[in-house]
Ligand binder design. Structure first.
Ligand SMILES: N[C@H](CCC[C@H](N)C(=O)O)C(=O)O
Length: 266
């Protein structure tokens, strides 16, 4: 049995997207991992499943899965790609809520990523501690954008050096995405993210949102910030009037194709 997929990318963070409104695809862990596998499958940082929405006000329901099979409540770069694929500035239904999208006059894709969650049990952390400076070397700040993020502000190298261990620190009962930032100015940072369930990626949209939120909370950044990552840059705006985080950047459709899944079980 063959299933149609779209391959898309946002700043080099890449995705296999399957629209289950038109394809019957009951993903098993094996099939999802194989689709993400760059040697034996199509290859991507996350698998994105699209379904008909079941909430008023939504145009499309979106679920995000890492190559290790874990499901993520948010994926900023993939959200922009879904908005570009569906067109007409759709409202995305995710497990983190309804995310409106928009197109800028310059033709970039914007997504309202909603409000960050700042309390320890919302990140989540393992116990009641302040999320502004965690008891870890480098003292990161933590928040959730629908998925857990810890942001360090002492340079980018830690992501590749310590990311795998930090992702699984006991402080993070659901693991965490580990963002490592270098502050260039109050409105420009360079960021590298070790992603939960995926490892180092060329860009991380929710990680960029979390880094700006955590930087503003620390008094290090302005609310409108350019986040430069290895794959390119996003504009992030943590809006003061309603606490929402806007993320603006590119989204590219690379190709579409058919992939063999053996039977419905996938
Ligand atoms: N690995 C992340 C999901 C993908 C996030 C990233 N690709 C983005 O653009 O936000 C997690 O498990 O929370």
């Amino acid at each position: 049995m063959m299933i149609r997929f779209h391959k898309m990318q946002g700043l080099g963070n890449d995705f296999v997207m399957i629209d289950r409104r038109h394809e019957r695809f009951d993903a098993t862990l094996h099939t999802m991992s194989r689709l993400c596998d760059r040697r034996f499958g199509i290859g991507c940082d996350q698998l994105v499943l699209l379904d008909a929405p079941d909430r008023d006000g939504a145009d499309i329901r979106v679920r995000f899965f890492n190559p290790d099979g874990s499901e993520a409540g948010a994926c900023g770069n993939a959200s922009r790609c879904v908005a570009a694929l569906i067109g007409n500035a759709p409202v995305l239904q995710t497990s983190a809520g309804l995310l409106p999208s928009f197109i800028t006059p310059q033709g970039e894709i914007g997504v309202d990523m909603g409000r960050p969650a700042l309390e320890w049990h919302q990140v989540p952390l393992s116990h009641d501690i302040a999320t502004l400076e965690l008891p870890l070397p480098g003292g990161p700040a933590a928040c959730s954008m629908g998925n857990p993020h810890a942001t360090f502000f002492d340079g980018m190298d830690r992501a590749g050096r310590d990311g795998a261990v930090l992702e699984r620190d006991p402080l993070f009962p659901e693991r965490a995405n580990i963002g490592c930032a270098e502050i260039v100015s109050r409105d420009v940072i360079r960021l590298r993210v070790w992603e939960r369930g995926a490892g180092l990626t060329l860009a991380c949209g929710s990680g960029a949102c979390a880094a700006v939120v955590n930087g503003v909370r620390r008094g290090l950044l302005d609310r409108v910030c350019r986040v430069e990552m290895d794959g390119g840059a996003l504009t992030i705006h943590w809006r003061e009037e309603d606490d929402h985080v806007l993320m603006i950047g590119p989204a590219t459709h690379v190709f579409e194709g058919l992939y063999p899944v053996d039977g419905q079980a996938g």
